[in-house]
Design a protein around this ligand. Sequence first.
Ligand code: B12
Length: 217
Amino acid sequence: MRQSIVDGAPEIASSLAQEALAAGLAPIDAVNNGYVPGMHEVGEQFARGQMFLPDMMASAEAMRAAMAVLDPELRKLGTERPMAGVVVLGTTKGDIHEIGKILVGTMLTAHGFQVHDLGVDVTGERFAAKARELKADIVGVSALLTTTMRNQKGVVEALQKEGLRGQVKVMVGGAPVTRRWAEEIGADGYAKDAVSAVALAQELMQQKLQETDVNSM
Ligand code: B12
């Protein structure tokens, strides 16, 4: 699986995903232990100048082919769960990386969250407008570039400006993002991958409930 991503081979990535499911492998294990390490290898080779943009695009295509097979299975995990909360999700302004964000959205959906994915290159104002429209509980902001991380702060500020910060929790993620960065920009949490993003979102919902209880006393 890892090699199919490094090679940018969608057909192989897809047929291996089908084989994995047929063999009873948990789809999230195939993602985390099979395909994602391939993406990391691609990133390292790109940084060393051993791979170029078209290679990285081919790898993204292979990842998408694998996800097309695994996504419906990941979603099945969560059928008939009570609604856990409303999440507005997107990749920040200036950034078009979406694979990780889509995976986070899939896992949240699988655990009962209602997820509204705004896509990529999303401004703080659009995040805030959607959060207001849907009365979102959580806004999730992805950034994969060190140059676009700072736009995560712009989302926190846009929510503040719109007077929504009291109602909406903000979680951030993406390869260059750290817990420390999340604290620095005033976000409510950081998660390193899609599985921990679910745990974080559940924790943020608990916090919201407790805050509502305190406020209504
Ligand atoms: C695939 C890829 C691309 C694809 C993206 C395709 C797509 N549709 O998404 C393409 C080819 C388009 C691309 C373009 C570019 N890329 Co690129 N790309 C990558 C690569 C190889 C993999 C990213 C990926 O999909 N990872 C797999 C997913 C599953 O992991 P993930 O994104 O990290 O997400 C997980 C967690 O971070 C977390 N998470 C993610 N989002 C969120 C959100 C929340 C709320 C939470 C809680 C958690 C969370 O959970 C996810 C699931 O587990 C990375 C290397 C890397 N190691 O990240 C470089 C990388 C990010 N790219 C890089 C660069 C430089 C670029 C370009 C500038 C190249 C260029 N010269 O044009 C452009 C930028 C375009 C732009 N404006 O955005 C650099 C960034 C360097 C830096 N420090 O800023 C990297 C690190 C490669 C490198 N080592 O140099 N890229």
